[in-house]
Design a protein around this ligand. Structure first.
Ligand code: CP
Length: 345
C-alpha cells in the first residue's frame, strides 16, 4: 500500500488501513523523535502552508514537522497574492494551484467558515486546489473537516487507554463510550474539529453520543457516516438534548462550542448573532461533577480551550485531561503523513 501523492481532506475518504499506516508511523516517530531515519525524508523539499485563517498549533506543528523531516515549511496568506473572490477579480485557483505545485512537495490549506459565503464552500475550494495541484493537498482545517486533528485525537485517546505516550493501543478503544457535547461559549466555533472527531471515533469502533441543545445538529452527512461507521462495527450512535445523560459511563468526553446550522445569512457568517443565540443555553459546561458520572473518562479538546465556558479549569488542567498530549500528537501524525504522501517512503 502506497500513500505517495495522496490528498488528505477527510478521514472518511481513506481506508482504515491507510489511516492506521499513518498512525503507526506517527507512534514510531514519537518514540524515536530525532532518529536519523526521519531527518532526510524531505531533504531539500518544501511544504507550503496556505492559511486563510489564523492558527497556533497547526502552523507550529507543520513547520516543526517539516524541519524534523529535513525539509522546509513556507508560510503564506491570501493577502500575499491577488486571488479571485466572489467580490473581486484576480488569480484563479486553477492557476494558483498549478503554479504552487511547481515549487513544493505538498500544500496544506486552512480555510474556515468566516472566509466563505456558505457552509461547505471552504471544503469545495480546498478540493478545487486538490483537483488542479499534482502534489498532495493536506487539509489543515476547512469548514467541514479537520482530519489531522482527528488523527491526533485518536492517537491521544489510544495512548491514554494503551501504554502511554508513543504506545497507543487502538484495540483498547473498541467499545468505549465517546461523548461529544456542545458547550457554552462566545466563540461561535467551527464544525470541523468536532466532525473530524465523530468520524474517527466511530471508525475506530466506539459508541458515540452527541449531546446538544435542539437546533444545534451538525452536518447530516457526517451524522450519516458516523451512524454507518458505528453500525459497521456493531456499536451505537445516539443524539440527545440532555445536558448530563451522555456523561454516564463515558470513557472519553469532548466538549466544544459550535455554531448552529443557521449561521449564514446573505452569504455572510452571522458570528455575533450566533454568539447571542448560544447565550440562551448556559450551563453546557464540562465540570468535575459531570465528569464524576463517567467511567473515569479522559477529557479531550482540540484547543484552543474556552476555559470557564466549555470546561472548567479543574477538568481542563486535571489529571485526566489529554489536551496537551493531543496537541503534541499533531506534530507526530503530520510528520508521518508528510513522509508517506510527499515522499515514496
Ligand atoms: N486545533 C487547532 O487546529 O489549533 P489551531 O487553530 O491553533 O491551529
Amino acid at each position: 500500500m502506497s500513500l505517495y501523492g495522496k490528498d488528505f481532506i477527510c478521514t472518511q475518504e481513506w481506508m482504515l488501513e491507510e489511516l492506521m499506516a499513518v498512525l503507526d508511523l506517527a507512534a514510531e516517530m514519537k518514540r524515536d523523535r530525532f532518529s536519523d531515519r526521519w531527518t532526510s525524508i524531505l531533504k531539500h523539499k518544501t511544504f507550503l502552508m496556505f492559511f486563510y485563517n489564523p492558527s497556533v498549533r497547526t502552523r507550529l506543528s507543520f513547520e516543526a514537522a517539516a524541519t524534523e523531516l529535513g525539509g522546509h515549511a513556507q508560510f503564506m496568506t491570501p493577502s500575499a497574492g491577488r486571488f479571485k473572490t466572489q467580490k473581486q477579480a484576480g488569480e484563479t485557483i486553477e492557476d494558483a494551484a498549478q503554479v504552487m505545485a511547481r515549487y513544493v512537495a505538498g500544500i496544506g490549506i486552512r480555510i474556515l467558515e468566516d472566509k466563505v459565503p456558505y457552509y461547505g464552500a471552504g471544503d469545495e475550494m480546498l478540493r478545487e486546489y486538490a483537483h488542479w495541484a499534482d502534489v498532495p493537498i493536506i487539509n489543515m482545517a476547512d469548514d467541514r473537516f479537520h482530519p489531522c486533528q482527528g488523527l491526533a485525537d485518536v492517537m491521544g485517546w489510544a495512548e491514554w487507554y494503551g501504554g502511554g505516550p508513543g504506545q497507543p493501543d487502538y484495540d483498547a478503544l473498541r467499545g468505549k463510550n465517546f461523548l461529544l457535547t456542545w458547550a457554552s461559549g462566545a466563540l461561535a466555533r467551527s464544525w470541523c474539529s468536532v466532525q473530524a472527531a465523530l468520524l474517527i471515533a466511530s471508525r475506530l469502533g466506539m459508541n458515540v453520543t452527541v449531546a446538544r441543545p435542539e437546533g444545534y445538529d451538525l452536518d447530516p452527512e457526517v451524522y450519516e457516516w458516523t451512524q454507518q461507521n458505528c453500525a459497521a462495527s456493531g456499536f451505537e450512535f445516539r443524539v440527545t438534548s440532555d445536558r448530563t445523560k451522555g456523561y454516564h459511563g463515558a470513557h472519553i468526553v469532548y466538549s466544544r462550542n459550535w455554531v448552529s446550522p443557521q449561521a449564514y445569512r446573505d452569504g455572510v457568517l452571522q458570528k455575533q448573532t450566533e454568539i447571542e443565540k448560544a447565550m440562551a443555553y448556559p450551563g453546557w459546561t464540562t465540570t468535575a461533577e459531570r465528569m464524576a458520572l463517567t467511567d473515569n473518562a479522559i477529557f479531550t479538546h482540540p484547543m484552543p480551550v474556552d476555559r470557564g465556558s466549555e470546561v472548567t479549569d479543574e477538568v481542563a488542567s486535571g489529571p485526566r485531561s489529554a489536551v496537551y498530549d493531543i496537541a503534541e500528537n499533531r506534530l507526530h501524525v503530520q510528520k508521518a503523513l508528510m513522509a508517506l504522501t510527499m515522499e515514496n517512503w
